[in-house]
Design a protein around this ligand. Structure first.
Ligand code: ADP
Length: 325
């Protein structure tokens, strides 16, 4: 069987066009999902005359887009467009209908459970606060009450991180506008000033003047900076040092947050951006859900940026975010 015949029979829809967006080839699966006429009648004709699905045409029209969802009433595909110089483009689509259904069920499940848990958590907090009012507590009892309250706050924080992640995955609230990252960084630093003072952290800030704006969502970008600064504070012992740098490099804005805290072992660098992952040394010092950096990574990627970490155990960590201007 020739490679073209093989391609014709695979389950994933494939469409090949030349540099003028004229049809060169499509396989049986593509013919079926787009309801195309027999291929010998349309080869050489402009793709736009034959396929009118707006999601597919948008993939051709937007230079920056290489992957996009193509939705049909009963099916959803993830399409990947590859441009080959002097040849044209090839689109390969993969059926993600089942995955999207699971995502939807999971999203609804998390939203429902989070709402249902919030009520009892608020009741626990309320009664904990009341305990002291109905009779004096000894020191040990007060200590226990404090631990319960702390635990409840941790669960509440985890729930809101989960909800945040779900929202991000559903790609909601992604209105974009020109954003001055310097303003965001300054705003976040201001909101954490007290926390830093409590831990007697020394904070050094270096923000380059007149950095170009980022086309993004200010709320999401603030969440991203929030999580990174919060981690730097959380994982840096008292009297530690935190340095925040914001600068431009060609058409990118870079944000680097460096601390001299507990650091991350090299073999764990690859995992910390995964959902729920907490490095082995994290549990000793703090509580957390392991969701913050997943949220950060998702926000960075939704802004076509990159994030990486450099870190040494017991020496400190440095997180850098690179966003296109
Ligand atoms: P968490 O809620 O545990 O802080 P994150 O997703 O924000 O979750 O971070 C994942 C893990 O990465 C943390 O549990 C910790 O092990 C590690 N980590 C993140 N930031 C730092 C930092 N600044 N210094 C040391 N370890 C860090």
């Amino acid at each position: 069987m020739s490679s073209q015949e093989l391609l014709y029979h695979i389950n994933d829809p494939v469409i090949v066009t030349d540099t003028n967006q004229q049809i060169v080839f499509f396989n049986a699966a593509a013919q079926q999902v787009f309801q195309l006429p027999p291929s010998h009648t349309v080869v050489g004709r402009p793709l736009r005359d034959i396929v009118r699905h707006p999601d597919l045409l948008a993939l051709y029209d937007e230079d920056s887009m290489q992957r996009s969802e193509i939705a049909f009433p009963q099916q959803v595909f993830m399409a990947q467009l590859t441009t080959l110089d002097d040849v044209g483009t090839i689109i390969v689509m993969h059926d993600v209908t089942q995955q999207r259904r699971i995502d939807l069920v999971r999203g609804n499940f998390i939203a429902t459970v989070s709402q249902d848990i919030r009520g009892p958590l608020t009741a626990i907090l309320g009664y904990m606060e009341l305990l002291e009012r109905v009779g004096p507590l000894n020191e040990q009892q007060r200590d226990f009450v404090g631990r319960v309250i702390f635990g409840v706050h941790s669960i509440a924080a985890m729930l809101s991180n989960l909800m945040e992640l779900e929202k991000l995955e559903a790609d909601l609230d992604m209105e974009r506008s020109p954003v001055h990252m310097a303003q965001i960084v300054e705003y976040v630093l201001e909101s954490y000033q007290r926390r830093m003072e409590e831990k007697r952290h020394q904070c050094e800030v270096w923000i380059e003047a007149d950095i170009a704006t980022v086309q993004g969502n200010p709320i999401r970008l603030r969440q991203m900076v929030n999580h990174l600064i919060e981690n730097a504070i959380k994982y840096t012992p008292e009297n530690g040092h935190i340095r925040v740098e914001l600068y431009a490099e060609s058409t990118f804005v870079l944000l680097t947050i460096t601390d001299n805290g507990i650091g991350i072992a090299p073999d764990e660098h690859g995992y910390i951006f995964a959902k729920f992952y907490r490095a082995s040394n994290a549990n000793d010092s703090t509580t957390g859900s392991g969701l913050g950096l997943s949220i950060v990574k998702m926000i960075v990627e939704q802004h076509n940026g990159r994030i990486w970490v450099e870190s040494q155990l017991n020496k400190g960590s440095s997180f850098t975010v690179m966003l296109p201007t």
